[in-house]
Design a binder for this molecule. Sequence first.
Ligand SMILES: Nc1ncnc2c1ncn2[C@@H]1O[C@H](COP(=O)(O)OP(=O)(O)OP(=O)(O)O)[C@@H](O)[C@H]1O
Ligand SMILES: [Mg+2]
Length: 505
Amino acid sequence: MTTLLEMREITKEFPGVRALDRVSIAVKQGEIHAICGENGAGKSTLMKVLSGVYPTGSYEGEMTFEGEPIAFRDISDSEARGIIIIHQELALVPQLSIAENIFLGNERAKRGVIDWRETNTRTEELLAKVGLKEPPTTKVDAIGVGKQQLVEIAKALSKDVKLLILDEPTAALQENDSRKLLDLMLELKAQGVTCIIISHKLGEVRYVADTVTVIRDGMTVSTLDASEGLSEDRIVRDMVGRDMTHRFPEHHRKPAEVLMEVSGWNAWHPQHAERQVIKNASFTVRRGEVVGIAGVMGSGRTELAMSIFGQSYGRNISGEVKLGGKPVDVSSVDKAIHAGISYVTEDRKSLGLVLDETIRFNTTLAHLEGVSSGGILNRNEETRVAERYRDALNIRTPSVFQKTINLSGGNQQKVVLAKWLNTAPEVLILDEPTRGIDVGAKYEIYTIINELAAEGKGVVMISSEMPELIGMCDRIYVMNEGALVGELAAGEASQEKIMSLIVNE
Ligand SMILES: Nc1ncnc2c1ncn2[C@@H]1O[C@H](COP(=O)(O)OP(=O)(O)OP(=O)(O)O)[C@@H](O)[C@H]1O
Ligand SMILES: [Mg+2]
């Protein structure tokens, strides 16, 4: 097979960080090439160099595409060559329709007037290609992330793509949506489109990739060929630089008395008053216990957590929350935090972080009293606290004065976690805590969860990754269509059992 793309000895520095240190990668025509590496290894940066997000002159090294040298000034430059990148954080405009998004900046027009018929017909063709059954006029904010991802791909296909780059496309997707997307990649490959995919989900990497390049600390560690068999253990070893025989740290938990008790919890949709989103949910969390909530997307898990956490979701909320046997007021976020409940959001972009602020600022934000005395903020104390979490969570950054927007996706997630851990909650609700997090850092996060449990806290863990729930939880509640439909003890939980509880409802 001929080489389509070669990147040679790419070095890219940011103030205080060498994100890439002479990384080389060769991508063959027509293959699916995966890039694996820990959070902050430099994967996204490498793809931003390739696609002209970081223009020529801002990095060192050389690139060739179809045998010719390339050096892009911006992203439109690379798109003109057929190199199209879909970023880790999707870039669609939520208020616009699917068709408008696909042809944004590339409008179908006749004599300066947008030709809507042509736009919609073309959109329908593209949507058919990616297997998305939605009218072109549907607004993007009305469809889920899985479908938005397909819209991004349809948009790429509208531009005559030769090399499609997907940066963690399935991080926010459920298993069946992920599978659809991966199958679409295989289909595009059959049509001759070359793909680069970045993913922390090694099962998916094994499913689609022909070649895997592993990078660690900004350097190429290995290039693995699928025809020689891809083992997850090998990829992990190259990623983290050591063998990792266990994905979950050992724990010896002894859940004690009931710490939190939620009973008869109801909530309605904030806009559609007739839609009951949470239906009479009751559950308990013991001291020293890790309780899981399983369910498919849209089953109401996040809504349950958010409505309990200071009514940050929903209307006409009713039900009771008791902590240590006493009813507590959780009617606002402040009150919920004060009562001892914290919630780590799955969506770091809109709810979790002030991106334009530093790690230090974000870490102490939800618990400023902890770093103040007499109402005055103690900056040194603030720095100390932030540095403690940076070390404990292994947040990769030159200093805690770095703006969180400059952190890699996974490291941003760790700052969100630090922020809520710092509120010293009695009950910590974690919503998809390891989304987009590499295997090594996942292990660190699991270790922290175990420590919290050992200290006698209660942990609620919402996750779409069933192995994670099974590996970490003492008990798992299964949620479906707004109701808790079953409960499994650690010993008896299996992927099949959870699924059958979801399906049987
Ligand atoms: N604009 C920037 N300014 C400063 N540092 C940056 C910037 N962008 C990235 N970095 C740093 O470069 C390193 C590589 O980041 P990159 O986003 O490429 O990691 P990644 O491999 O994609 O990680 P993840 O799996 O978490 O997405 C990190 O240490 C990150 O903090
Ligand atoms: Mg990244």
